[in-house]
Structure formats: structure tokens, C-alpha cells
Design a protein around this ligand. Structure first.
Ligand code: NAD
Ligand SMILES: O=C(O)C(=O)C[C@@H](O)[C@H](O)[C@H](O)COP(=O)(O)O
Ligand code: ZN
Length: 377
């Protein structure tokens, strides 16, 4: 059989810069890009030690490829079980413990090889390990390639909600190899698509139109051109917002479209896999548009169009969340813990139209409660 591994010169890489001055970094996107990881690492660090944090599923599928890519380095593998419940104190402790036992220094590299769970957990571990070690992201899910590997939000969950314990800690490099997505289950591809369409709904109406015109369906079937376009538009959109507002003092909150609802649904569902983050975000965006229309901020047909786009692609909408919408009071109390809130008011990202989202810093709790009651099952 012919060897189809691309040589370095065959890889057609694209680079998106996250412009954060001395903390700025490249997002490198390409098919087969993993084979260049070693060279790229050598350009950002003098250390030859790398701790690779991954999960059992990814290790079984792609452990050989990352080991080969890092063959010039002394590599220490930290392999965690898969799943959101790894974003916990226990998960953090396990990663830190392994780094200490292996004798890592903060000048060594801690590399997240996985989806958003591994990325958020590893990034947080890197931020606190000896007050901060070199951190690199090699995302392996669509969601991580279009969103979680970029921008430096790292966190674990606790009993009060999602991502409530964490830090802003930027990676030094994000390396995206779209070939890694070939093994990703359809449910996870759809979860990633939610964060892609989010950028269109926030402030890129032309991107939403293109997705709605068929690119969205192509992305879901991993058609290479559509996939690459969606990943690079998403990374560029996120890099632009992060460069303006790294620590979410303002405009970055828009990236949370649908997330106040989503995080409350996820906490209600528990972190055991019944509801994925991207599934909750898909339904949460439907709810944000539905609630905006209910308040008279957004035309009803526009909210319906968003819902139709999602339904047409078999993405979750509010109606699919019935099992998690039974208790409006508890959902509201989860929403009161959201990190965007200020002065006791609930902050929500609402929309006046597609690509016209905005930050509402004092959403009416009475209206929100009435909405949650009306949709309760
Ligand atoms: N930091 C941020 O900015 C940010 C942004 C969005 C989401 N998030 C967080 O990301 C998390 C969700 O991330 P996710 O959707 O990537 O989920 P995940 O990390 O749980 O990965 C999903 C599943 O896919 C498997 N998997 C990963 N790569 C694979 C591959 N190439 N082939 C086959 N299986 C593979 C994993 O083992 C896992 O079971 C949530 O915790 C969410 O809060 C963070
Ligand atoms: O990067 C951001 O900013 C985002 O809001 C991206 C979200 O998709 C992501 O889920 C993020 O982790 C949510 O952040 P949080 O601050 O609400 O925990
Ligand atoms: Zn998200």
C-alpha cells in the first residue's frame, strides 16, 4: 500500500494570529499538520520535555501519531478517562500529581491533546503548575478546533456550575490537524457545529447565510473544503474578539451566546454524558432567540429561522431539552451563578436579528422566570 502520510512540504497550512502582544500566538490549521508538531514546538521552547495530557479514547485512536510527532522529545503521557467529569478537582489533582511525580519544571511543555475537556483541564493545570508552565493545544474535536483551544479560558466545574473555577491562561501555540476529525463520532461533530454557527449568529450574518445555504451540511459531513473554511472563519472570529477583550470585560461576553441557558441545562443534566456542551449550546441559542422574540427585541420569524436552521441539520433545539426543563426555579438559580453577572443582575446575550447579538446586563428575572415556566415540561 502507498504511504499517504503527507510530507511537510505537502501540507497547506493556514495561520491565524491571536494578537495579544507578548502573549500572542499562532493557530496553525491544516490536514496532516500533526506531523509538523515537533518542529513547531522547537520554535517556541528550548525544553525537550513534553507532558501530553489526553484521554483514553483519543490515546487509543491517535496515541501512536502523537508519539511519532514528538519523537525528538522526552514525552510523558498523562491519560485520563474521557468525559466532562474530568473537569473537576479530582481530575486536576491527578494531572498535577503526575507532573510532580515525573519531575516536570515550568519551563517544560504541557500539551493538551484532546477535546475541550482535556483542553480546559490541562490549561488550568498548566496555569497553576509552579505558577505557570508552557502550554500548547492540539485539539482533536471539532468543538475544540473551532472554539475551546483558542482564547485562554481554562476551567473545571464544581457543584455550583460550569467552569466556575479557572483562569485566563493563553497557550503558546494551537496546532489544528483536521485529519484527526476522521474518527470523531457524529454526535460530537454536531456538538462542534453549534459553536461554529454561533459565530454567524453573533455578528457574521453572511457566514450564517453560507452555512444555511449548504455549507453547514457539508461541515457536518466533514467535506474537506467546507470544514477548513468553517474552522478558519471560526478561529479568526474568535481570535479577533479575544484580541480586543482577553478577560471578558466587554465584547468577549458575546461568545457566550446561548451559554447562560446551556450551562444551566448542563448542570441540571449532570456531567455524565446525557447532554454534551455543544448540544446544550445549540438549544441555548434557540432559547436566546426565542426569549429575544418574546421580549419583542427580535422578529418572531427570525427566531424561527434560527430554529429551522438547527432542526434542518438535526441539531438540538429547546424542544429537545424537555428532560432538563422541568424545574424553572432551579434553572434560574443556576443562571444566577453565571460569571457574566454583575451587581446581582443576570447578564444574557440576546439578539435583535441574525448577526445582531448584544449583551443585556440586566435581564428581567420576572420575564426570564415566566419564560422558563411557560416552557417547563
Ligand atoms: N475554553 C473554552 O473557550 C471552551 C469553549 C467551548 C467549550 N469548552 C468546553 O469544552 C468541553 C467540551 O469539549 P468537547 O466537545 O471537545 O468534548 P470532549 O473533550 O469531552 O470530547 C468529546 C469526546 O470525543 C472523544 N474524542 C476526542 N477527539 C476524538 C477524535 N479525534 N476521535 C474520536 N473521539 C474523539 C473524547 O474522548 C470524548 O469522549 C466542555 O467542557 C466545554 O465547557 C471550552
Ligand atoms: O471563549 C469564550 O469566551 C467563550 O465564551 C466560548 C464558549 O464557547 C465556552 O463554552 C466557554 O468556556 C464559556 O465560558 P464561560 O466563561 O461562560 O465559562
Ligand atoms: Zn461553548
Amino acid at each position: 500500500m502507498d504511504d499517504v502520510t503527507p510530507t511537510n512540504s505537502q501540507i497547506n497550512s493556514e495561520v491565524v494570529r491571536v494578537d495579544l502582544g507578548s502573549r500572542g500566538y499562532d493557530i496553525v490549521i491544516g490536514q496532516g499538520e500533526l506531523s509538523r508538531l515537533g518542529d513547531r514546538l522547537k520554535s517556541i521552547t528550548a525544553s525537550d520535555r513534553v507532558a501530553v495530557v489526553t484521554d483514553e479514547t483519543i490515546h487509543a485512536l491517535h496515541g501512536g501519531a502523537i508519539a511519532e510527532a514528538l519523537s525528538d522529545f522526552r514525552t510523558h503521557m498523562i491519560i485520563r478517562p474521557a468525559g466532562e467529569d474530568q473537569k473537576s478537582m479530582a481530575g486536576l489533582d491527578a494531572v498535577l500529581d503526575s507532573l510532580f511525580r515525573a519531575g516536570f519544571d515550568r519551563s517544560d511543555t504541557i500539551l493538551a491533546f484532546g477535546g475541550g475537556v482535556i483542553g480546559d483541564l490541562t490549561g488550568f493545570a498548566a496555569s497553576v503548575f509552579k505558577r505557570g508552565a508552557t502550554f500548547v493545544q492540539v485539539p482533536t474535536t471539532l468543538l475544540a478546533q473551532v472554539d475551546s483551544s483558542v482564547g485562554g479560558k481554562t476551567a473545571i466545574n464544581n457543584a455550583y456550575g460550569k467552569n466556575l473555577v479557572g483562569a485566563f491562561y493563553q497557550p503558546r501555540l494551537v496546532l489544528i490537524d483536521t485529519n484527526l476529525l476522521a474518527t470523531l463520532p457524529v454526535r460530537q461533530i454536531k456538538a462542534g457545529y453549534a459553536e461554529i454557527v454561533k459565530y454567524g449568529l453573533i455578528d457574521r450574518p453572511e457566514f450564517f447565510e453560507a452555512l444555511d445555504d449548504g455549507i453547514g451540511a457539508d461541515v457536518l459531513s466533514l467535506e474537506p473544503n467546507a470544514l477548513r473554511e468553517a474552522i478558519s472563519v471560526s478561529c479568526a472570529a474568535k481570535a479577533d474578539v479575544v484580541a480586543q477583550d482577553e478577560r471578558e470585560g466587554g465584547v468577549r461576553a458575546l461568545l457566550n451566546l446561548g451559554h447562560t441557558f446551556a450551562h444551566a441545562l448542563e448542570l441540571t443534566a449532570g456531567y455524565g454524558g446525557a447532554l454534551l456542551h455543544g448540544e446544550a449550546v445549540s438549544a441555548g441559542m434557540d432559547m436566546a432567540f426565542e426569549f429575544s422574540a418574546r421580549l419583542g427585541l427580535c422578529p418572531v420569524p427570525t427566531a424561527k429561522r434560527v430554529q429551522d436552521h438547527l432542526s434542518h441539520l438535526s441539531m438540538p433545539i429547546r424542544a429537545d431539552m424537555a428532560p432538563f426543563l422541568t424545574d424553572p426555579d432551579t434553572l434560574l438559580s443556576h443562571m444566577r451563578q453565571d460569571k457574566k453577572n454583575e451587581g446581582g443582575n443576570i447578564t444574557l446575550i440576546l439578539a435583535r436579528g441574525i448577526g445582531q447579538s448584544f449583551i443585556e446586563k440586566s435581564a428581567s428575572e420576572a420575564e426570564l422566570k415566566a419564560y422558563l415556566k411557560d416552557i417547563a415540561t
